[in-house]
Write a protein that binds this ligand. Structure first.
Ligand SMILES: [Zn+2]
Length: 255
């Protein structure tokens, strides 16, 4: 393999990991926002339940006042009965009292209804408070997990950036520039391996037999591009059978 291309292959491996870790880092704000969104929603539910309870208590006060006002009227009418002069006026007063007592009964019914409903509002507030506490506790755990994952990814990114700096040291500037342009154009992948069937692994189009031959020549000093996708082509070196044999003999000598 061309020595510069060999460095590019190493660089490509680092860049793929770097792009992956950068994408993961970029996704963290959204993950955190989702967790915070769950807590915010639970807070809104609790506030709504509290508002409903407050309104219910206010209504209850109003209905209590209604009852009191009608009772007060009845009291006044009764006081007046002692001082009426005519039978007609007395009857009229009794009629007023009867009507007012009906109003009292109706107001007391409304008040009772409101008191029963009020218990339900109290239950709702308690349920929403419990839900919020649970969601907040779960969110705290999630936030800690996310923070830990973020810190790990950030550490990985710093390590990879350092690895990348090392990987580009031996790559000539113009070749690195070409690599960057191709990477930008091709979603971060500037290089393409040529498979045994002599095709570009990225676009699947076959390379010329002559190109393939040169790519496999260890003494080749030319850089080739895929004629279809324009990526820089390379053939991985032949896997050496030697290390496996050594490993096997080491294994058998141990036993
Ligand atoms: Zn190609």
């Amino acid at each position: 393999m061309h020595p510069h291309v060999k460095h590019l292959v190493e660089l490509q491996a680092v860049d793929i990991r770097l792009n992956d870790v950068r994408a993961r880092l970029a996704a963290f704000p959204k993950l955190l926002a989702e967790v915070n969104g769950r807590v915010d929603a639970a807070r809104v539910h609790l506030a709504q339940a509290k508002d409903a309870l407050t309104k219910s208590l206010k209504d209850r006060k109003t209905f209590e006042m209604d009852v009191d006002q009608w009772k007060e009227k009845v009291r006044k009418y009764r006081d007046q009965t002692g001082s009426v002069k005519t039978n007609e006026a007395y009857k009229a007063l009794l009629h007023e009292i009867e009507l007012a007592e009906k109003e009292i009964a109706a107001a007391e019914d409304r008040l009772l209804e409101r008191m029963v409903a009020g218990e339900e509002f109290v239950r709702q507030v308690k349920a929403e408070e419990k839900a919020l506490a649970e969601i907040e506790a779960a969110a705290k755990v999630d936030q800690q997990t996310i923070s830990a994952q973020y810190a790990a990814a950030e550490k990985e990114r710093v390590a990879l950036e350092a690895e990348r700096k090392q990987a580009v040291v031996d790559v000539p500037a113009d070749l690195l520039d070409m690599y960057q342009k191709l990477a930008t154009r091709h979603g971060g992948v500037a290089l393409a391996e040529v498979k045994e069937d002599e095709s570009c692994s990225m676009c699947r189009v076959r390379v010329r037999p002559h190109t393939y031959q040169l790519l496999r020549d260890p003494k080749n000093e030319q850089i080739f591009h895929c004629e279809t996708c324009t990526r820089i082509l390379y053939c991985p070196p032949e896997p050496a059978a030697q290390p496996q044999a050594v490993a096997q003999s080491a294994e058998s000598s141990e036993t």
